[in-house]
Design a protein around this ligand. Structure first.
Ligand code: FES
Length: 531
């Protein structure tokens, strides 16, 4: 299960860290947030080192659908309720600036990443021709009307009502147009960003897991290979922080989202972004193949069907529902070329956490809570953290402060934390199967063994691999994801390969192997998780 951008040679391998080094800043995480931060800091004159456990973009940046948008899916009306009119304005301003910054970097650094400005359209499914009676009046739904007014108050440039999105295949009904959005090929951009960073003197080390992160006077990052980066500042940009056990994880929740790429004739669907107002909502974009057009075809990328991570294992049904949604509205689509899923960190108040890590030394920074806008939030992280380290004023500091508690989000916060607490009951429940014989080849399940739980994976050859099922972060019981062939923690979203190797934090350790010899099997059975 790979996105259209992963595994196609867009990203060059980097060496692992092989000696102790000293830098002004050590960035942990080579995704959009980490590399944007590293590049901007290095351009500012700092000496920066980037570490990543996997390859560049091997986490969620390789799985994003890369909508670059200031049409925020938590909706401006809700952001205004939670953060006031000034907060909503800062959110609009920061995402608009992030799109412009990506465009500027791609242009200035000559990054061939298929950046294109396109219009985005937000429509209400109940007003579209597929669902509404033919007498539908040319007015916006109440929800869209309220959103238009809130977006105008927030200063979103050019947002307006239009009679329908410019699609021949179906009528969206009256909808909102957000001009000057963008789409991009995210891994080509990331590789270009890494090369630009390296040209400036920065260093990227991949295959290097950060195991100890220490701030303060003797700030440093230690790695699994026993090497150390000594530095003045540390930035943790690992999608969800691996250096924070409670504070931030109590304020955000992991959701799994699904996407498919369907082949369409080049030019048969207009190049735009499209979102509906369902919950969870659908999102659509186009990707020319080969990038930058030419004589090829296009991919229509359709996503949605989100659920709380680790709390459902029906991915194939969700892909099927996305496909039928797409075929109903875009009958010219041909076959499905890719299916994949990714993880979205949903902050309880709709805004990412970017800045100084709460309850930590002053020189440790985090970027997390992408809220489905990872490309822009990651770029905002770069701009904001760069200003914080350079001690420059930045108007977005308060909005994105990771230490904030937003009073209006208390109900969501409570409900997500009750959901996490409920997951610990898994310790008392029976396993998902009662014996290893019930597990099919290429599949996994959790079994009870006395007072403990074990995660059992049966590989394609029928060999059984047993792991401790307790997540090394805070001890929730992992569950099996059959689409990705991974173990997923239902509490804060840590993901592990079928053989137990950690792929996504906040856990920073592998699941405990119970049979030994896990490492030598890892390459064969777990590598499908690396982009
Ligand atoms: Fe927190 Fe697993 S991710 S307990």
């Amino acid at each position: 299960m790979r996105s259209p951008w992963s595994g196609n040679g867009n990203v060059r391998e980097r060496p692992a860290l092989s000696s102790h080094v000293r830098a002004d800043v050590c960035v942990v995480g080579a995704g959009i947030a980490g590399l944007s931060t590293a590049y901007l800091l290095q351009r500012d004159g700092a000496q920066v080192v980037v570490l990543d456990d996997g390859p560049i973009g091997g986490g969620q940046t390789g799985r994003t659908t890369a909508h670059l948008s200031n049409a925020l899916d938590d909706r401006y009306g809700e952001l205004e309720r939670l953060h006031g009119e000034s907060g909503a304005r800062l959110a609009a301003e920061s995402h608009t600036s992030a799109i412009a910054r990506i465009e500027e970097i791609a242009r200035d650094e000559g990054i061939d990443c298929d950046f294109a400005r396109v219009d985005g359209f937000l429509f209400a499914p109940e007003a579209s021709a597929l669902q509404a009676p033919p007498t539908t009046l040319p007015t916006l739904s109440d929800l869209l009307q309220e959103e238009l007014e809130a977006a105008l108050r927030a200063g979103v440039p050019g947002v307006e009502q239009v009679m329908r999105a410019p699609l021949a295949s179906f009528d969206t009904g009256p909808c909102l147009r957000f001009p000057a959005q963008a789409r991009i090929e995210p891994l080509r951009y990331l590789e270009g960003l890494a090369r630009a960073f390296e040209r400036l003197g920065g260093q990227v080390f991949t295959g290097t897991r950060a195991t100890v992160i220490v701030g303060g006077k003797d700030a440093h990052v230690d790695t699994l290979g026993g090497r150390r980066v000594s530095c003045a500042h540390v930035v943790v940009a690992t999608n969800t922080p691996v250096n924070d056990r409670f504070v931030i994880h109590a304020k955000q929740a992991p959701y799994t989202t699904y996407a498919i790429a369907l082949r369409v004739a080049h030019g048969s669907v207009p190049d735009l972004l499209l979102w509906d107002t369902e919950d969870p909502y659908h999102y659509v974009r186009l990707q020319p193949v080969p990038p930058n057009g030419g004589a090829g075809h296009d991919l229509l990328i359709v996503g949605g069907e989100d659920h709380k991570s680790g709390q459902a294992d029906d991915g194939m049904e969700r892909f099927a529902r996305l496909e039928s949604w797409a075929r109903e509205r875009f009958p010219s689509v041909e076959g499905v070329e890719q299916r994949w899923s990714g993880q979205v960190m949903e902050p309880s108040d709709g805004v990412a956490f970017i800045g100084r890590n709460p309850s930590d030394a002053e020189n440790v920074y985090v970027a997390t809570g992408d809220s489905g806008h990872g490309m822009t939030h990651g770029t905002i992280a770069g701009m904001l953290i760069c200003d914080l380290i350079a001690d420059r004023p930045n108007p977005w500091v308060g909005l994105y402060d990771p230490g904030r508690l937003t009073v209006g989000a208390a109900t969501d916060l409570l409900s997500e934390n009750l959901n996490v607490a409920a997951q610990y009951v898994d310790w008392l429940r029976p396993g998902s199967v009662s014996s290893e014989e019930e597990i099919a080849n290429g599949s996994g399940a959790v079994l009870r063994r006395g007072l403990t739980k074990i995660a059992v994976y049966r590989d394609d050859d029928g060999r059984v691999h047993r792991l401790g099922a307790a997540c090394p972060h805070l001890g929730c019981i992992v569950s099996w994801n059959s689409v990705e062939r991974t173990w997923v923690c239902p509490c804060h979203g840590s993901r592990f390969s079928c053989m137990g190797r950690v792929l996504n934090g906040p856990a920073n350790h592998d699941l405990t192997p119970l049979d030994g010899a896990a490492d030598e099997q890892e390459t064969k059975h777990g590598e499908q998780e690396q982009v």
